[in-house]
Design a protein around this ligand. Structure first.
Ligand SMILES: Cc1cc2nc3c(=O)[nH]c(=O)nc-3n(C[C@H](O)[C@H](O)[C@H](O)COP(=O)(O)O)c2cc1C
Length: 186
């Protein structure tokens, strides 16, 4: 059976560029042997800022907030993750960090996590570096290959295709690494 990768669209503000990036990812996924992909948009998961009485490790993810519980269940049901992230002030958008704070590490069981980032000159690399550290704390395993899209406001054509075509190849190398991961851990 194929492994399920959740593609998380990690920004929610009006007029976000993230939607175009996530749609580009979904449209350019190569066919793979081991993995299939589902897009989740954090706009559909309006989680409160984490305000549970107990930290995730103490409650073991048994949250009072129903949506928080469902969000953790959603993560548990996946075999890996592809985070689509912007860079906000050299780091992770708060809404994405908050969503990750609900992912109790005990349930993450060293699932792979990959990244597609975008931003201004940096292409979001500083957000990805922080996400790699956060991922390890959650007992996820960050994979090496990543896509970083700079100057996001001029990166795409009107039809949603990317101007720098080599970035499709980079996306495919991310997916190939995720796919290979599941061969390694069989
Ligand atoms: C609060 C905020 C902080 C930002 N900080 C950075 C930054 O540190 N580095 C960068 O390259 N771009 C930064 N940007 C520009 C974003 O990369 C760009 O606006 C991108 O479109 C944001 O993603 P979104 O449109 O999906 O929200 C920032 C944008 C916002 C809204």
């Amino acid at each position: 059976m194929k492994k399920k990768i959740l593609v998380v669209l990690g920004t929610t503000r009006q007029n976000r560029a993230g939607e175009g990036v996530a749609n580009w990812v979904m449209k350019n996924l190569p066919k793979t042997k081991n993995t299939e992909y589902e897009l989740v948009d954090l706009r559909d998961w309006p989680l409160p800022f984490f305000d549970e009485a107990m930290p995730p490790l103490a409650s073991q993810g048994n949250y009072e907030n129903e949506l928080g519980k469902k969000w953790l269940e959603k993560a548990k049901s996946a075999d890996g993750f592809l985070l689509v992230t912007a860079e906000y002030n050299h780091s992770v958008p708060a809404v994405l960090k908050n969503a990750l704070d609900y992912w109790y590490s005990g349930w993450m069981q060293h699932k792979p996590v990959a990244f597609v980032s975008y931003g201004a000159t940096s292409g979001g690399i500083r957000a990805v570096e922080h996400l790699r550290q956060i991922g390890l704390e959650l007992r996820l395993l960050p994979i090496h290959n990543e896509v970083n899209i700079p100057f996001i406001w001029e990166a795409f054509n009107e039809d949603g295709t990317i101007k720098r075509e080599s970035q499709v190849g980079q996306l495919h190398s991310v997916i190939a690494e995720l796919d290979a991961w599941f061969d390694l851990v069989k």
